[in-house]
Ligand binder design. Sequence first.
Ligand code: OSB
Ligand code: MG
Length: 389
Amino acid sequence: MQRSFEISDRQDEKPATPPIKVDGVEIRLVRLPLTEPFETSFGKIDTRLIFLVGIDALGLRGWGEVVASEEPRYSYETVGTAFHVIRDFLAPALIAEPVTELNDIARRFSQFRGHNMAKAGVELAFMDLLAQVRQQSLATLIGGERKRVAVGVSLGIQPTLPELLKRVERYLSLGYQRIKLKIKPGWDIDVVADVRRLCPGILLSVDANAAYTLADTDHLAKLDDFDLLMIEQPLHNDDLVEHAVLQKNLRTSLCLDESIVGQRQAKAALDLGSCKIINIKIGRVGGYSEALPIHDLSAARSIPVWCGGMLESGIGRAHNIALASLAGFTLPGDISASSRYFERDLISPQVIVASDGTVEVPSGVGLGFAVDLGFIEQQTETRVYISQK
Ligand code: OSB
Ligand code: MG
């Protein structure tokens, strides 16, 4: 499916929006403590440095979030690189002339290689702004259809198995529709076997964050016994070819996360048979301008997609909820309640998960949540404003 994403697309009843002149871009680093540490195969964190992007135009403020971490472990981007790239390249390109549509931004940004999370943060803020200009919800703006989205939880590597089982039970009792276990060599087959034994009927998946190699094929094939929904990103973060080889040797569906950094990689992965499911993270792919075509391509090929998470604050979370409202998002996303990670979120109300394991897609204008400016200000470590010279 070809989507130009003209400002007037998907919206027959409203007139096209005139070009938007951006007055300035704010970037802000906000520290939020996590309610408990989060551990993956590449490390452990206990606070999240949230990277917010604000775009000011027409007397409105659009909000986006850059999902980069402080250290280049999940990907090469960091809070520091994104700060540099937005301040010195992306914000000036955005401000240079009025923006006609989402793809106008994508075209301007395409002159700069990589730095997808930085690009996405700006695109997100623009789309929130555009939704406000048009008096629509973000979900409506992008063509979302669902009123509620199904959610699962991602459980980090725990110090002990009983600690993990306690969390599995807790999140199941809260209604979460799917449990994803982070795995790594030494914390994999036995752990999965125990969780499956205790919870025979649940949707269960694992995420290796690139911790294995093809030499582990026989080891990974043991996971075929546990009726997993998927194995997420077992091999190298930029690989497509070896995942295709591995997929041929497994019954369980592979899902790619790290490897899918844009629509080109999504198409290549599907052509090669590298995976049967795709995790879409708006940040990893460089924004809505890439996430929407990946969704469309996957739908056209009957490949299920789901919305991944990066321990976002409510601002990034609100964008994820809007994205997951698209029809092709047929599997539960890593979109948990605000309280799964934070005592207090940056938005009001907080994101809540209902007892049926769904989150409401807000119908209010823009994000559909109020941004808690007072709390943001209180937690801000760094703030920079880029405006017309
Ligand atoms: O691989 O999906 C991942 C968090 C940080 C970096 C990578 C990943 C994750 C998660 C958590 O799995 C998802 C979430 O709840 O936000
Ligand atoms: Mg993952």
